[in-house]
Write a protein that binds this ligand. Structure first.
Ligand code: PEP
Length: 260
């Protein structure tokens, strides 16, 4: 498993298959001749284009942006975790703040989805994070505690270790406003503490934690490795394949310098 992970969430983009094909050919070109051992990518396109994302360059896996918790049945418009798995999806974003906001997903739904993803042998990337208002009221720790505990409740240690958490302060998404390195670090410490209490310190170490919210390659260090994070979840910048590849290269460089 690569040390660092970069997850690109393409959200509701691009708008046509023609643009998807342009995106993928630029990605292939940017990745050509490059091999990363310590940094890996995951690209999560809209479900409509998952098939086009089947032939990704080596080191970049296919992810989905959402899933339903039931395996099959009368659930109009939903996507089964088994369908995703059978289509080659390896990772699924669960509980993104936009789904919490526009799809009314609460912690119970997020838990159901994350557990269904694990059951289908894929990796859930579970987003947690406070709103601007909660932050202003000093509620960040309480909100995160609730969100993290809800997701991990009822899992074995082995299952728990497979989950990836993405700390995405909701006020930082799409805004170009960032928390400080120290604020992100404090969240990492809190998450470790919560997981050590629920499982043990080994599980707490093994659960990977990413940062997400207005990430750009120009300040990757400050929001990721300097803050003890295991990678990043990227929204807008993932629409530029060269940015994704640049981030992979920067993480690779960082991992090699840590080894030296
Ligand atoms: C996101 O939506 O998860 C995200 C991090 O978006 P952006 O990078 O655009 O802030």
């Amino acid at each position: 498993m690569a040390r660092f992970l970069i997850v690109g969430n393409l959200k509701m983009n691009p708008l046509s298959r023609e643009e998807v094909s342009q995106y993928l050919s630029v990605l292939q070109r940017e990745m050509s001749g490059k091999k990363f051992e310590h940094a890996a990518g995951v690209l999560c396109p809209p479900a409509l284009y998952l098939n086009e994302f089947s032939e990704l360059p080596q080191g970049i896996a296919k992810g989905a942006q959402n899933v339903f918790w039931e395996k099959s049945g009368a659930y109009t418009g939903e996507l089964s975790p088994v369908m995703l798995k059978n289509d080659g999806v390896e990772y699924v974003i669960v509980g993104h703040s936009e789904r919490r906001q526009y799809g009314n997903e609460d912690d119970r739904i997020v838990r159901e989805k994350a557990h269904a993803v694990l059951k289908a042998l894929m990796v859930p990337i579970v987003c947690v994070g406070e709103t601007g208002e909660e932050r202003a009221q000093g509620e960040t720790d309480r909100v995160l505690e609730h969100q993290v505990q809800a997701v991990f409740e009822g899992l074995s240690k082995l299952q728990a270790e497979k989950i990836i958490l993405a700390y995405e302060p909701r006020w930082a998404i799409g805004t170009d406003t960032l928390p400080t390195t120290n604020e992100i670090l404090q969240v990492k410490v809190l998450i470790r503490k919560l997981l050590a209490e629920m499982f043990d310190s080994q599980a707490a170490e093994r659960v990977r934690v990413l940062y997400g919210g207005s990430v750009k390659s120009s300040f990757l260090g400050a929001v990721s490795w300097e803050a003890g994070m295991d990678g990043v979840l990227v929204g807008r910048e993932s629409l530029f394949p060269y940015e994704i590849v640049k981030m992979l290269a920067l993480f690779e460089e960082q991992a090699l310098s840590l080894e030296a």
